[in-house]
Design a protein around this ligand. Structure first.
Ligand SMILES: CC(=O)N[C@H]1[C@@H](OP(=O)(O)OP(=O)(O)OC[C@H]2O[C@@H](n3ccc(=O)[nH]c3=O)[C@H](O)[C@@H]2O)O[C@H](CO)[C@@H](O)[C@@H]1O[C@H](C)C(=O)N[C@@H](C)C(=O)N[C@H](CCC(=O)O)C(=O)O
Ligand SMILES: Nc1ncnc2c1ncn2[C@@H]1O[C@H](COP(=O)(O)OP(=O)(O)OP(=O)(O)O)[C@@H](O)[C@H]1O
Ligand SMILES: N[C@H](CCC[C@H](N)C(=O)O)C(=O)O
Ligand SMILES: [Mg+2]
Length: 514
């Protein structure tokens, strides 16, 4: 494809030099990959600025560059107001607009994106091969890759959608993070439906304040859905009515003449869950919506997961699925990797769950879900990630202080920070609830132990738990690594928990063998 074809419809401020007539072989945003035939997009970033690498791209023989500020280099440059947005639109065109030919569902919100995505994937799979991309993995029938980002950069995203389409995929569900919305990574996507789960505190290191964070999420509804509508789709806005920002969004979506379907347990919800019943084997409720009512159930545990199942149900109804098909799809998802994932030991062992809760709201929700299922003590192993929102740390400590009987405060991914400094910030919230620092868990709660080694923290909790106790290991979920400094070491909470459960029986084996 020629460069001038790729630029059609784009807001171009200036063209510096002559546009090369050769075919574009690829679009890149990292100068290290900017070789012959490649258009290099200079992106202004947080750590560095792509404009500093224009010289390098020129030397490597790049075809042209997409810039916000032209530079004195021997390279044709296309000046645009926002190179991330322009790159996204060009990527859509370069990969022959894959989202036009797919049923594409986007999921945003602070918590629940990954979970809802697995449920929607199962739904889409009822009608043909389905694809999923999000925090854990990118997959479609016959192919799977672990993810490095929740929502890939626009070029990688469009390449993946094109790959899925080429492999016969009909429907794709994708998590759309607030970072992605802020950076226009999904700008070239035409959605058939978009879901908003909730908005609570996270990522303020990046967005600055809650309003900016909400404005980023809002783009999916007030920019991307109207764009899909203008281009011939009839997209649905599927919005949680139990969240205050959800009601706001739903009003706005209706005002934009989008098909709007609210869901939740509150009276205002159009797809409304009534009389929820929650058990260790899952949850169920009656779903009432304008066209009738039906029973709905999910093997996933906890009220918030029943709410996630309602989100998927509302997507199904918006896409004209029958309640029986929706139920089949929900039944087919017994669990989501690293989300309330049970680590099964021997009979008589305590129940151990690994979960991805890394915000105060998520911790409060998951502890509330486990409380009624805990005959003994609820023990929570947790920490907060380094180089991420610092303000959420004491709030996370507070949520655990309130929701758990006993806690082991430990390290998450410290990244460039001192793990003890991160833990001290979490500890402020924990102690504010009246939880006291103790040496071991052989005590009455509320109390906590401080143990910077995550492996030792898991060992401590699992060893101390009795058969009636429940251990929640929160924060890292599916992650099979720990980021310490710049190093990414293998570390998996599930493996650690399983080994710790095994060690509870080491003495017994020796005894039996003797
Ligand atoms: C804060 C954030 O979103 N950062 C992302 C952003 O980085 P940035 O724009 O700040 O990039 P930068 O490192 O400053 O570099 C600027 C530009 O110079 C380029 N460069 C750099 C060096 C060089 O030699 N040559 C060169 O061309 C870079 O490729 C880049 O295009 O764009 C980069 C390219 O796409 C991403 O890799 C990077 O993700 C980093 C790794 C990251 O950690 N992102 C996280 C916070 C994130 O996006 N998370 C969300 C999920 C959050 C959630 O689950 O709720 C996600 O969607 O994954
Ligand atoms: N609807 C919900 N409301 C509140 N908490 C939830 C909800 N769904 C999941 N959670 C909690 O949040 C954690 C993260 O859930 P999930 O991975 O589905 O969300 P996510 O939005 O994809 O998160 P991330 O942005 O980190 O990828 C879960 O492990 C659980 O503790
Ligand atoms: N996608 C989230 C995941 C956080 C998971 C937690 N383990 C941490 O490292 O903080 C983020 O980047 O903020
Ligand atoms: Mg996710």
């Amino acid at each position: 494809m020629r460069l001038d074809d790729l630029l059609r419809g784009l807001e171009v401020q200036a063209i510096i030099g002559d546009l090369p007539a050769e075919d574009v072989r690829g679009l890149v945003y990292d100068s290290r990959r900017a070789g012959p035939g490649q258009v290099f997009a200079a992106l202004a970033g947080a750590a560095s600025d792509g404009h500093a690498y224009l010289e390098m791209a020129a030397k490597q023989g790049a075809l042209a560059a997409l810039v916000q500020r032209p530079a004195e280099v021997a390279l044709a440059q296309i000046q645009v107001p926002d190179s991330r947005l322009a790159l996204a639109m060009m990527a859509d065109r370069f990969y022959a607009r894959p989202s036009r030919h797919l049923c594409l569902v986007g999921v945003t919100g602070t918590n629940g994106k990954t979970t809802v995505s697995y449920l929607v994937e199962s739904l889409l799979a009822q009608r043909g091969p389905a694809g999923l991309l999000g925090t854990v993995e990118q997959r479609y029938p016959g192919k799977r890759r672990a993810s490095s980002m929740t929502t890939p950069e626009s070029v990688d995203l469009q390449a993946l959608l094109a790959e899925m389409l080429g492999a016969g995929v009909k429907g794709v569900v994708m998590e759309v993070s607030s970072h992605a919305l802020e950076q226009h990574r999904a700008a070239g996507c035409r959605f058939d439906a978009a879901v908003f789960t909730n908005l609570t505190r996270d990522h303020l290191d990046y967005h600055g304040d809650m309003d900016a964070y909400f404005q980023a999420k809002r783009r999916l509804f007030n920019q991307l859905l109207p764009q899909a509508k203008r281009q011939g789709k009839d997209p649905a806005a599927v919005i949680c009515a139990d969240d205050p920002k959800g009601s706001h969004l739903a009003g706005e979506a209706t005002g934009l003449h989008l098909r709007t379907l609210t869901y939740g347990f509150s009276q205002a919800a159009r797809v409304r869950g009534i009389s929820p019943v929650l058990k260790l084997s899952g949850g169920r409720c009656l779903v009432d919506w304008p066209a009738g009512s039906f029973e709905m159930s999910t093997p996933l545990v906890g009220l918030y997961n029943l709410q996630n199942a309602l989100a998927a149900t509302a997507v199904g109804l918006a896409l004209d699925f029958e309640p029986a098909e929706i139920q089949r799809a929900l039944d087919a998802v017994p669990g989501v990797p690293g989300r309330l994932q049970r680590v099964v030991g021997a009979p008589g062992d305590p129940s151990v769950f690994v979960d991805y809760a890394h915000t105060d709201q998520a911790l409060a929700s998951v502890l509330a879900a486990l409380r009624p299922l805990t005959p003994g003590r609820l023990i929570c192993v947790f920490g907060a990630g380094g180089d991420r929102d610092q303000g959420k740390r004491p709030l996370m400590g507070r949520a655990v202080g309130i929701g758990a009987d006993l806690a082991v405060l430990t390290s998450d991914n410290p990244r460039s920070e001192d793990p003890l400094a991160v833990m001290a910030m979490v500890e402020q919230g924990l102690t504010a609830t009246g939880s006291r620092l103790v040496r071991d868990l052989d005590t009455e709660g509320p109390a906590y132990v401080s143990e910077p080694s995550r492996a030792a923290a898991i060992e401590l909790a699992v060893a101390a738990a009795g058969p009636q106790d429940v251990v929640l290991i929160a924060g890292k979920g599916h992650e099979d690594y720990q980021i310490v400094g710049r190093e990414r070491r293998h570390f998996d909470d599930r493996e650690q928990a399983l080994a710790a459960l095994g060690r509870r029986h080491e003495g017994e084996a020796n005894h039996a063998g003797a």
